[in-house]
Design a protein around this ligand. Structure first.
Ligand code: PEP
Length: 247
């Protein structure tokens, strides 16, 4: 099995019910994309978006708790996301790692919870600018993969997203050689650890837009993208889906 191509959108803390018309537009413009399409809206929109999409695109959460239920005010369980129609959940996004001091161990525990709930975990890794400047990128990515991806990960239940922290929302992107170097390392590490690691989908994320998508998708071991800002509007996300479909 070859890794599945996935165009994933992360709406972050953006969007209201009115924003769901973007889904209608996306589905009208791309009724049969040549790749999987996922949108992770704010949690309060997951149910409505899943109903609106009715299986034509996948819908996911942006985080989940490591426990299935309990006294955790404000948190959301993986099983609750699944109950309202989510098929995926983003875990370990750098904004969670920074804003909520999430550790690799927590991301690993959340990933286990996601798997137990039947969700596909989209696990994010990425170096800061200081770490890249210090020549630590490959060590950081190796450590995050080792610490965040649980032993039960398979190509069917896990997607890995490489998102350099300094490229998220900044308009800056690594060179293709830099993306290729990290993706080759991830493929090597995952293949060494998991029986079907060669088949896990690897996404690049960080300032992907219609103008740079095709070049990024031509990079070895890049099986798709995790897209923030450019996923909010069908007019921007659509061309990215088209570029991945053609890759
Ligand atoms: C992200 O937050 O996952 C992301 C990649 O954001 P952007 O595309 O806006 O850089």
């Amino acid at each position: 099995m070859a890794p599945r191509k996935l165009a994933a959108g992360n709406w972050k803390m953006n969007g209201t019910l009115a924003s769901l018309e973007q889904i209608d537009q996306l589905l009208a413009d791309h009724p049969a994309p040549g790749c999987d399409v996922l949108i992770c809206p704010p949690a309060v929109l997951v149910h409505a978006m899943a109903a609106r999409a009715s299986g034509r695109i996948a819908v996911g959460g942006q985080d989940c708790h490591a426990k299935a239920s309990g006294a955790h005010t404000g948190d959301i369980a993986a099983v609750e996301l699944a109950d309202v129609g989510a098929s995926h959940v983003i875990l370990g996004h750098s904004e969670r790692r920074t804003d909520h001091a999430e550790t690799d161990a927590q991301v690993e525990a959340k990933s286990v919870a996601a798997h137990e709930a039947g969700l596909i975990a989209v696990i994010c890794v990425g170096e800061t600018e200081a770490q890249r400047d210090a020549g630590e990128t490959l060590d950081v990515i190796s450590a995050q993969l080792a610490g965040s991806v649980p032993a039960g990960a398979t190509a069917a239940n896990t997607v890995i997203a490489y998102e350099p922290v300094w490229a998220i929302g900044t308009g800056r992107t690594p060179t293709n050689d830099q993306i290729a170097e990290v993706h080759a390392l991830m493929r090597e590490r995952l293949s060494a650890r998991f029986a079907d690691g060669a088949d896990m989908s690897l996404l690049y994320g960080g300032s992907v837009k219609p103008s740079n998508a095709a070049e990024i998708f031509a990079t070895p071991h890049v099986n798709g993208a995790l897209v923030g800002g450019a996923s909010l509007k069908a007019a921007d996300f659509g061309p990215i889906i088209a570029a991945l479909s053609a890759a």
